[in-house]
Design a protein around this ligand. Structure first.
Ligand code: NAP
Length: 468
């Protein structure tokens, strides 16, 4: 029974679910395909938008209940869980409102009578992570449903109640059976689904390992994939960055979702020794003052990690970092209380030979670097296999943009850590994956941009050099 709710604040099992049987999975696929062939994409964009707007409304109305489920299952602070639900509703409204514009036929400049019309593809399979159990799914569901695709979603096994609540909300909003199907599937079953001819695309948000395994299988069947994978975002502090505001942002960047965000500011890189030491001390004071508590209590400043597995992995990474010469400035240990609580940790003295120089630290563990120049800061920023997000702090915005252009990542924010909004494209390069979610780019990932090229009746054949 892989799908179960374990409360990260207590470590206790709350509820378990059976995996879907092969027979039920096969039936679910038939229903999804029938919905695709006979219903969902045949509705007008306005009719689909009615359902998606209704879903946004339901999310807002049920915000507190949905947020409490996320906090119960993966331990995020309740205030952040509420914001996540609101952002997810905003994503639904955004695509319901903008789809007509994004999907309308487009003329081709300088070519008469040729247009590009946009069509859906069919069933899209989504594999989703637990860290933002609603927002991650909203990034896929809202654009793909508005594009006319139908979805089969395998959510992370530790957030089954959030997964069911999301599916139920779409059903209540009026989505027909088969438009959105949640499945408690095993890795094997997901593998077989990828090979099912009715599945026309696969999208994964998760680790490099999951992304590589799923994309490899999809590639063998010549199916498109979108990969939203890990990150080790650098936060660069240039010499003229204002002190307090930058400190506030670095704390938010590292500690949001208790550090378990793909775009968390996992590496702080400060230019200049003196300022570097001031920033280190500022972060040390702030991180060590956080107090573990119940994440359902809005006054709690340190929530638990999502699972024992994440805790064990981070403790091993801290140990191997220390063995390779890193210094622990604060934290470094499990907190002695029930649940999965880790002391907020800062590591310094990380050489390029240290394993964590190139690894992602998915929790409240900050890698801190002091460098001598902007040039060196850019070099350290780019010295990872990842390329998801980055941020640059400086009073000189033009200089910030120059530095941003030299960072190998899909997103760079100046004077704020990476944050998300429906209209801003989200995604990375290098081992952080490929493809984009959100914005107009997100709705374009799983569609057929079909060329329709009209010539007058009785036109002569194309000349030889026009053959394809
Ligand atoms: P994970 O282990 O890869 O899990 C993510 C999802 O993939 C889960 O639903 C998981 O199912 C499933 N999965 C894992 N291996 C699979 C396989 N071989 N075949 C089919 N499904 C498979 O990721 P995680 O460790 O929970 O999440 C953290 C990672 O996700 C971090 O690296 C983080 O940076 C990344 N992430 C990236 C983004 C982004 O937008 N770029 C956003 C959030 C998180 P089970 O739960 O059943 O194992």
């Amino acid at each position: 029974m892989a799908y179960r709710t374990i409360n990260p604040a207590t470590g206790k099992i709350v509820k378990t679910y059976d995996d879907i049987s092969d027979a039920a999975l096969s039936k679910a696929m038939d229903v999804a395909q029938a919905c695709y062939e006979n219903d969902w994409p045949l509705r007008s964009i306005a009719q689909r938008a009615e359902v998606i707007h209704a879903a946004a409304e339901l999310m807002r109305r049920n915000r507190d209940r949905l947020a409490s489920l996320a906090t119960l299952e993966m331990g995020k602070p309740i205030t952040e869980a509420k914001s996540e639900v609101t952002l997810s509703a905003d994503i639904f409204d955004y695509y319901a409102k903008m789809a007509e514009t994004f999907l309308k036929p487009r003329p081709i400049p300088d070519v008469l009578n040729a247009t590009i019309e946009t069509f859906s593809l069919g069933i899209i399979l989504g594999v989703e992570p637990w860290n933002f159990p609603y927002y991650q799914v909203a990034r896929v569901a809202a654009p793909q449903l508005m594009a006319g695709n139908v979805l089969v979603i395998k959510h992370a096994s530790n957030v089954p109640q959030a997964a069911l609540a999301f599916a139920q909300m779409l059903e209540e909003a009026g989505a027909p059976k088969g438009a959105y199907t949640n499945i408690f599937a095993s890795t094997d079953q997901v593998g077989r689904l990828i090979e099912d001819t009715r599945v026309r695309g696969v999208t994964v948000t998760g680790s490099e390992g999951a992304g590589a395994a799923i994309a490899e299988r999809a590639g063998r069947k010549l199916k498109k994939s979108v990969l939203e994978l890990g990150g080790s975002d650098p936060l660069l502090i240039l010499e003229d960055a204002p002190f307090e505001a930058t400190l506030d942002n670095a704390m938010w960047g590292r500690m949001n979702t208790t550090g378990q965000s793909c775009t968390a500011s996992k590496r702080v890189i400060v230019v200049g020794k003196e300022r570097g030491e001031q920033f280190l001390e500022g972060l040390r004071i702030r991180m060590s003052s956080l107090r573990a508590g119940n994440p359902a209590d809005p006054a709690t400043t340190l929530a638990p990690l999502s699972s024992d597995k994440v805790m064990t992995g981070l403790l091993q990474q801290i140990e191997s970092a220390k063995a390779a010469g890193a210094k622990v400035v604060t934290g470094g240990s499990r907190i002695d209380r029930p649940g999965f609580y880790l002391e907020p940790t800062i590591l310094t003295d990380i050489t390029e030979h240290n394993p964590i120089y190139t690894q992602e630290l998915f929790g409240p563990v900050l890698s801190f670097y002091i460098v001598e120049s902007e040039e060196e800061a850019i070099k350290v920023a780019n010295a990872t296999p990842f390329g998801l997000g980055a941020s640059v702090f400086t009073a000189n915005l033009e200089r910030g943009k120059e530095v941003a252009r030299r960072i190998e990542s899909g997103m760079v924010y100046i004077n704020r850590p990476v944050w998300s909004a429906p209209e801003l494209p989200f995604g990375g390069v290098k081992n952080s994956g490929y493809g984009r979610e959100l914005s107009e780019l997100g709705i374009g990932e799983f569609v057929n941009r079909k060329l329709i090229n009209v010539s007058a009746a009785g036109s002569p054949p194309p000349s030889d050099h026009q053959a394809g």
